[in-house]
Design a protein around this ligand. Structure first.
Ligand code: TYD
Ligand code: MG
Length: 453
């Protein structure tokens, strides 16, 4: 048996060392050196090693490559399909990251149960009984989903050979370990090696594999960055645990756009797809309340109307408080400075609190105008008229700037029964004969006189 050869690599810059050292001498980082395998024993892990003819590829001219529409597995989940760009591509490796308790296991178990194909759900975190309890809440009858609790890749591959599933779910990659590496499960070389084995399996059998990945304190997927390069698709499941809405985004997708977004609602019986998010994100208050404004945003390709609430009150302390939930605090400060300088509002002695309802966070600059309107409305204690919404960015000179995909925003607002939308004068609007009044504005003064005039 050939002996395994290892070397030490800096995880930061990639420098190689024959021995472990505390500090990398090329990038000066501490504790970044990790032992990794450079040449390993003959692998028995994924069997098709001895059939090299199976996957030999030869150079082809572009014209010779057929691009028949690839068949995708329907995940039976509109939001999930949408984020993937139309379903699960056979042979692809999908990595799903997200904070603990956000619902990653629930989402994947739900998909595995609903799918009409044979699926194997491998969990290294929960027992079969626990999974059964969860499954009973979600979708009790499934004849095609197999549950396995196992963490050793070699054993998993054995079970895969006997079950022959059409989809494999691994929860989570950090719990897996392979015999070919000494280090503990969850270490960088284990994660990298287990992923490599799974990729090999996926590509050779054309079976899609979905991996759950834990994330670190600063929000990136735990393990080497290289993990994200190795897989075909990286999805992120996010949301505020105190709220019911969850957003599924794609950060990388080799088979579709990364602009798509899926929205779910966590319920007692699993995650419900939210196909019409604008309706749930806007509260249906009968009374007019000051300090709320509706913004027409676009998340990815999807128009979304969201409600923004602001509270402006006299500062209790010398330094006024500024706090924003779901919105960039620096951007809030900038907008306040613009109001102070360009529109003469004395907000320096006021506390300002801003909140995007539903616990979602938005970084579309087009919500600037709605944020500003909410602040002004709270400051003056005058509610904004019903049926009004906003879609524009604010510049430092107090000008109202155009936004992308304005037509989609206008259409969505119209669909939800709004009757007036404020957009920038410089926006090119392709729509004709809309049922909604499009109010073109160029400066914040125009907006102020129009709303509170
Ligand atoms: P889970 O899928 O275990 O999260 P992760 O795998 O990302 O760590 O999510 C568990 C949370 O979801 C838990 O706090 C309970 C909640 N939940 C529901 O509200 N309804 C349900 O039907 C299920 C299965 C879980
Ligand atoms: Mg889990």
């Amino acid at each position: 048996m050939a002996k395994t050869k290892t070397a030490f690599f800096c995880q930061n810059c990639g420098a190689q060392y024959p021995k472990w050292v505390g500090q990398c001498s090329s990038c000066k980082q501490w504790n970044t050196i990790v032992e990794e395998i450079v040449q390993k024993e003959e692998k028995k892990s994924w069997k098709s090693d001895n059939s090299p003819s199976k996957r030999t590829s030869r150079p082809l001219k572009l014209s010779e490559i057929t691009n028949e529409k690839e068949i995708r597995l329907d995940a039976k989940d509109l939001e999930f399909n949408r984020v993937l760009g139309g379903g699960i591509v056979p042979g692809s490796l999908i990595l799903l990251g997200g904070e603990p308790g956000i619902g990653k296991s629930t989402l994947l178990l739900q998909i595995a149960l609903k799918l009409q194909y044979k699926t194997l759900y491998v969990s290294g975190e929960e027992s079969q009984k626990q999974i059964k309890m969860r499954a009973e809440r979600i979708h009790p009858n499934s004849e095609t989903c197999f549950i396995l609790t196992e963490t050793k890749t070699q054993n998993i591959f054995q079970h895969i050979s006997s079950v022959e599933p059409d989809l494999v779910v691994i929860d989570s990659i950090q719990t897996l370990h392979t015999d070919y590496i000494e280090s503990a499960a969850g270490s960088i070389s284990q994660i990298r090696e287990c992923t490599a084995e799974l990729i090999k399996f996926a590509k050779e059998t054309n079976t899609p594999v979905i991996l759950v990945g834990h994330i670190t304190k600063d929000g990136t997927i735990a393990g080497p960055k290289i993990l994200e390069h190795m897989v075909d698709t990286v999805l992120q499941f996010e949301g505020d645990r105190n709220y019911v809405y969850r957003i599924l985004r794609s950060l990388k997708n080799r088979f579709g756009s990364t602009a798509e977004l899926g929205i779910y609602e966590m319920q007692g019986s699993g995650l419900r797809e939210v196909n019409n998010p604008s309706e749930v994100l806007i509260s249906k208050n009968e009374e007019d309340l000051s300090g709320t404004a509706i913004a027409a945003t676009v998340e990815g390709m999807r128009p979304l109307l969201i409600e923004i609430q602001a509270l402006v009150s006299t500062a209790v302390y010398g330094t006024p408080q500024r706090s924003a939930t779901g919105f960039n605090a620096k951007r809030l400060n900038m907008l306040l400075a613009v109001l102070e300088k360009r529109a003469g509002f004395k907000l320096a002695a006021k506390d300002v609190f801003l909140n995007i309802t539903g616990g979602i966070s938005v970084d579309d600059p087009a919500i600037d105008l709605a944020v500003l309107a909410a602040i002004l409305s709270s400051n003056a204690d005058i509610p904004i008229e019903k049926g009004v919404c906003f879609a524009a960015e604010i510049g430092l000179a107090g000008e109202v700037r155009p936004v992308q995909r304005v037509d989609r925003r206008i259409l969505e607002a119209e669909k939800l029964g709004f009757n007036r939308i404020f957009v920038s004068k410089s926006n090119k609007i392709g729509l004709k004969n809309t049922g909604i009044q499009v109010q073109l504005v160029s400066k914040i003064e125009d907006v102020i006189s129009n709303l509170f005039g």
